[in-house]
Write a protein that binds this ligand. Structure first.
Ligand SMILES: [Zn+2]
Length: 238
């Protein structure tokens, strides 16, 4: 809840400060580094408990330690990375089966309604933005890379967050963001078919949302989350 309050505050400050100019380049570097490390955490290359060295990440991504450390602090706050004294950062253990089930239950309660509201708020400009994200997820070449590097999970998360933001309820958006469901899910292995099926289901949600068919969007989202649960449940641990 702290972050949420801070966001509200910074929004207020941003609105009243007239002379501040935007800093997109730096902001996007931090965001890009964050997304790259996030995709790495999801990829099979780094199972739970893998060490994440600040030096090595900086060398691989060819950036200074500052954005790496910022990203790791953010990932730690999201429960995806843990920090131990004298060891440094490593990928967090997987959530328990109970936590996974609770996450799905929460999503079933919230996200269908969120999709319904998003469909009602959809404008033409929104549609073209969402179309770009859809095209990336459906591109066969990109799909191959996605499966290998976990980028699909990042895009999947973006798709759901985009719909959440369109719904226009800051509380549900914040709650879904903090859950980081997609990252947790995609850290489970063996999800190639999961990706394939999710793409088809996303298309159904997308079609309903852009046509502003609110009830259809709600049902398509419900079906997607329920189907996703059924696909993932065999991979939940103890
Ligand atoms: Zn999805």
């Amino acid at each position: 809840m702290k972050d949420y309050k801070r966001n509200l505050m910074s929004e207020k400050v941003g609105k009243s400060a007239v002379k501040l100019s935007p800093v997109p380049r730096r902001a996007s570097l931090a965001e890009t580094v964050y997304e790259k490390i996030l995709a790495l955490i999801i990829s099979p290359k780094t199972p739970p408990g893998s060490r994440l060295s600040v030096d090595a990440l900086g060398r691989d991504l060819k950036v200074s330690q500052t954005p790496i450390r910022q990203a790791l602090v953010r990932l730690q706050a999201q429960g995806l990375v843990v920090k131990a004294q004298n060891v440094g950062y490593s990928t967090a253990p997987l959530p328990s089966a109970k936590v996974y089930k609770d996450i799905f239950q929460f999503r079933l309660l919230v996200e269908p309604e969120v999709a319904r509201m998003a469909a009602e708020n959809m404008s033409k400009k929104d549609v073209s933005k969402l179309e770009v994200l859809m095209a990336r997820m459906e591109d066969p070449v990109q799909k191959e890379l996605n499966l290998r590097y976990g980028q699909f999970a990042v895009d999947d998360g973006k798709f759901h967050m985009w719909i959440a933001e369109k719904a226009g309820n800051s509380i549900t958006t914040h709650a879904l963001e903090q859950l980081h469901t997609h990252t947790h899910l995609f850290r489970l292995r063996n999800h190639h078919t999961v990706t394939e099926e999710a793409i088809v289901e996303h298309r159904a949600i997308f079609n309903a949302v852009i046509k502003r068919k609110a009830l259809l969007a709600r049902d398509a989202m419900f079906n997607h989350i329920e189907a996703s649960f059924k696909r993932m449940v065999p991979y939940f641990g103890e």
